[in-house]
Ligand binder design. Structure first.
Ligand code: URP
Ligand code: ZN
Ligand code: ZN
Ligand code: ZN
Length: 484
């Protein structure tokens, strides 16, 4: 049965044009004028775009003594409601645990997904087993990205030697390392000092993680990646110092990618000074929200192309969970939601304000992500043969964001009260209508794992160059006798 999306304007990362889109068997089969099908979806006045891809989510994540409250059911419902048709979650092995055992747990959790998904693998410890299993993960499990936490000392954090070993392994396997870039040693010391001084509220979370600790770690990760001969993806880039490091590296010819979150683009540090403890604690995440200058830097990076992706790092905790940290901000579970709001917030604060174009919007929410994660053109494209993961965005449709109407399982929303314009008229997941005019029609278990091949091009180029420029012993004739 063929479906035709009629009378819309197709908007991709590089083109804007009027055409119908015909879908069958979950794929786009034709693009052109006056197409006919068995079922018609009217897109008059709307933009037909590749569905959003969120490259950074944590659904049912074991973290800080609890689990993030949105699982693959509520999390992917939230995604589809907001026009996101694919999410990439992080598989987190426990210290000493086999990567493959951890992956079984994640496979199991994800059977509930309403939209397609993929995984990054985290390197949370180092040893021969991890070294060996990385190969299986890349070559047999369809995962070509490895996450490294430079923060969360005592739990997820890895040190420089471990990162260098893992990045070098990524280089061999054609995989891409990701980093959470904050100097975990300095953060831990600053946290202790703040607590000793009686600073135990949620604002101290922000004080303990200033922009400079993120800038330092971003720089360090970039140098380590360059030494290992591998590209690098920096998650949740939140400040000018980190952006500056990425910008400079790119100007110097390094393949470094930066990912601001919709939260950092639109919410600022004043959230932590609210008199209401719950209000501030609900917004505790790492890195913390920053000031307006940092926000301007991130917006400029998206427009200039020095930052490539907008994500959410969706990791939602209820108010009750946040209250684990009453009296000690270090125990407030770190994380905020945003899956349902990323596209409407970015449209409203980015496209409608003229900060970015519609095509840049598609690039940073979908196409660039698909390219960097090696999903393109199956995802992130409106092309014949691509998966029909689409959002028909109505630029006139608006709503006020409210926890009362959201899909997320938590009892608040960090964007509560924001008026957004630019909402899905339809969201399609592999050709199936998952959202129609605000009502959800998706099915639990419809989502499928999307395997990602290792990188053919970038790592090959880097390793070829590395080999050509490697230190070489100078062969000499006539070596003089030792001068002793
Ligand atoms: O605070 C955050 N970002 N929580 C989720 C885990 C992470 O660091 O990405
Ligand atoms: Zn992180
Ligand atoms: Zn994260
Ligand atoms: Zn369900």
């Amino acid at each position: 049965m063929a479906t035709v999306i009629k009378n819309g304007t197709i908007v991709t990362a590089d083109l804007t044009y009027k055409a119908d889109v015909k879908i069958d068997g979950g794929k786009i089969i034709e693009i052109g004028p006056d197409l006919k099908g068995d079922e018609t979806l009217d897109a008059t006045g709307c933009y037909v775009m590749p569905g959003g891809i969120d490259p950074h989510v944590h659904l049912e994540m074991p973290f800080m003594g609890t689990y993030s409250a949105d699982d693959f059911d509520s999390g992917t419902r939230a995604a589809l409601s907001g026009g996101t048709t694919m999410v990439v979650d992080f598989c987190l092995p426990d210290p000493g645990q086999s990567l493959l055992d951890a992956l079984k747990r994640w496979d199991n959790k994800a059977t509930r997904a309403h939209c397609d998904y993929s995984f990054h693998m985290a390197v949370t410890w180092w040893g021969e087993q991890v070294f060996n299993e990385m190969q299986t993960v890349v070559q047999e499990k369809g995962i070509n990205t490895f996450k490294h936490f430079m923060a969360y000392k005592g739990s997820l954090m890895v040190n420089d030697d471990e990162m260098f070993a893992s990045f070098s392994r990524c280089a061999e396997l054609g995989a891409l390392p990701l980093v959470h870039a904050e100097n975990g040693d300095i953060v831990a010391s600053m946290q202790q000092k703040l607590m000793d001084e009686g600073n135990d509220g949620p604002e101290a979370h922000a004080y303990s993680r200033p922009a400079s600790v993120e800038g330092e770690a971003t720089n360090r990760a970039i140098i380590i990646a360059d030494m290992a001969g591998v590209p690098l993806y920096v998650v949740h880039t939140s400040c000018e110092q980190a952006h500056e490091a990425i910008r400079r590296a790119r100007q110097n010819g390094m393949r470094v990618y930066g990912e601001p979150l919709i939260q950092h683009l639109t919410l600022d540090e004043s959230e932590y000074f609210d008199k209401d403890w719950d209000h501030s604690a609900r917004r505790v995440m790492s890195p913390p929200f920053r000031n307006k200058q940092h926000q301007d830097s991130l917006w400029a990076g998206l427009a200039a192309g020095s930052l490539q992706c907008v994500a959410t790092d969706h990791c939602a905790f209820t108010t009750d969970q946040k209250r684990y940290g009453v009296g000690d901000f270090r125990k407030i579970p770190n994380g905020t939601g945003g899956l349902e709001d990323r596209l409407p917030m970015l449209w409203t604060y980015g496209v409608a304000t003229g900060r970015i174009t519609m095509n840049e919007f598609v690039a940073v929410t979908s196409t660039n992500i698909a390219k960097i994660l090696n999903l393109y053109p199956r995802k992130g494209a409106i092309l014949v043969g691509a998966d029909a993961d689409l959002v028909v965005l109505d630029p006139k449709k608006s709503k006020t964001i409210s926890a009362k109407t959201q899909q997320s399982a938590i009892d608040y929303n960090v964007f509560e009260g924001k008026q957004v314009t630019g909402l899905p008229r339809y969201t399609l997941s592999r050709g199936v209508v998952a959202v129609e005019d605000g009502s959800l029609k998706s099915r639990e278990g419809h989502g499928q794992f999307v395997a990602r091949e290792p990188y053919p091009a970038v790592n090959k180029a880097l390793s070829t160059w590395k080999e050509l420029t490697a230190p070489r012993k100078v062969e000499r004739s006539g070596i003089p006798a030792s001068g002793v």
